[in-house]
Design a protein around this ligand. Structure first.
Ligand code: GUN
Ligand code: ZN
Length: 421
């Protein structure tokens, strides 16, 4: 089946490379992009193709959330703590509920629908320590045909209510990889929670599992909070820095994604770049937990690929539009002005690259999968006033500062409309 969409088109496939068609045509066949360009150029070639027009709207690639926790959906906006106390008080009790498959099924559905309402079509997702929490998420993602990468959390040093062991962690991880490999648009990530919740033996085992499966990612947290960093330094006195802890266990490579990376030495950034590892920048979470201000300019200087994460439940919104706005403010605090097109890259092709999926998603280029969002620059009275008659960069920036799920007029997954408002 072939279908065309007429609207303003915008895509940022690489930093500094902006593709824009004020009156564009996006042609989709069997879930893939066939053409992305000016309607004036493509109209004749696709004259017989049925067209849906979105006057006054802008089509961009579906957003890629490079770090989010689905089991924390119901604990967003939990008051009063920084990371380690917040985990103990608010998060671990919530995650314990995911031993119940019915609970996991219910939250997985709510979570994925919330992503789609916000224009997020792909995500790298933390589940819980329970293997069934991954089954619940993957089943719900398969039903929606979404590109979701997730994995069972490894945490043999977690609280007693939420703990695996080296053998069960490995067996369940291997079983999940075998059960879900090649199904729909799903992917697996070996997911040690962070250095503080796994034994040395389990971290080493995670490295071995990663090495045994060239098609899986590694997903964890790194250098988020001052208290966490101090505890890591105390437990691993021989390690050069926090990244080195993961490196010693074979967890730093081109398929590794590290959330946060706020408190980083130059050595660690150099090593990340050399290894080809990626960063998920999570500004709303970092402000909410008081973790610190990520240095995007340093990541760029060292050449470390970077995407954007909501990090719900520490993050305060599922909207990557709003997250782009917070990334702008964090950059301001570091004296750097984040370009709105660069912000869009972080939330689309940049995230896709971090997830190793930039050949398939993130830029709406011919051959890629047709995951896209129809944005409404006049979604609210204020947005309408602020964007009317403005140049593209101003409209895009206004959407990032003022926009959220209200600005997502429709979401398409593999060429199928899955959300409208
Ligand atoms: N570090 C270890 N676990 C977590 C978590 O659940 N959320 C965040 N933000 N950081 C973590
Ligand atoms: Zn997180």
């Amino acid at each position: 089946m072939i279908h065309a969409y007429r609207a303003e088109l915008l895509s940022v496939p690489a930093i500094g490379r902006v593709l824009h068609h004020a009156d564009g045509l996006l042609v989709v066949e069997d879930g893939h992009v066939v053409a992305f360009g000016d309607r004036a150029d493509l109209g004749a070639q696709f004259a017989d193709v049925p067209v849906t027009a979105f006057p006054g709207k802008t089509i961009v690639p579906g957003f890629v959330d490079a770090h989010v926790h689905y089991p924390q959906t119901d604990r967003i906006a939990a008051h009063g703590e920084q990371l380690l106390e917040w985990l103990e008080r608010h998060i671990f009790p919530e995650e314990a509920k995911f031993a119940d498959r019915a609970h996991a099924d219910a939250v997985a559905g709510v979570f994925l629908d919330e992503l789609l309402r916000n224009g997020t079509t792909s995500a790298l997702v933390f589940a819980t320590v329970h293997a069934t929490s991954v089954d619940a998420l993957f089943e719900a993602a398969l039903a929606r045909d979404m590109r979701i990468v997730s994995g069972k959390v490894l945490m043999d040093g977690g609280p007693a209510t939420l703990r695996d062991d080296v053998a069960s962690g490995r067996a369940e991880t291997e079983a999940l990889i075998a059960r879900w490999r090649g199904r729909g648009r799903l992917g697996y990530a070996v997911t040690p929670r962070f250095a503080l919740t796994s034994s040395d033996a389990q971290l080493a085992d995670a490295g071995a599992i990663l090495a045994a499966h060239p098609d899986v990612l590694m997903h964890t947290h790194l250098a988020e909070n001052a208290g966490e960093c101090a505890a890591v330094a105390a437990r691993f006195p021989d390690a050069t820095d926090y990244l080195d802890v993961y490196d010693r266990f074979g967890l730093v490579g081109p398929r590794s994604v590290f959330a946060h990376c706020i408190h980083m030495s130059d050595r660690a950034m150099t090593r990340m770049a050399e290894a080809g590892s990626g960063i998920a920048h999570c500004p709303t979470s970092n402000l909410f937990l008081g973790s610190g201000l990520f240095d995007l300019a340093a990541a760029d200087r060292f050449g470390v690929k970077t995407g954007l994460g909501s990090d719900v439940g520490a993050g305060t919104t599922f909207s990557l539009l709003a997250t782009m706005g917070e990334a702008y403010k964090v950059a301001q605090m570091r004296g750097v002005s984040l370009d709105p097109f660069r912000a869009l890259h972080l939330a689309t092709a940049g995230g896709a690259r971090v997830l190793g999926l930039d050949d398939r998603i993130g830029a709406l280029q011919p051959g890629q999968e047709a995951d896209f969002v129809v944005l409404d620059p006049a979604a609210t009275p204020l947005l309408a006033r602020r964007t009317a008659g403005q140049p593209l960069a101003d409209r895009l920036f206004a959407l990032q500062i003022l926009g959220d799920d209200r600005a997502v007029s429709a979401t398409y997954v593999a060429g199928r409309c899955v959300h409208t408002r």
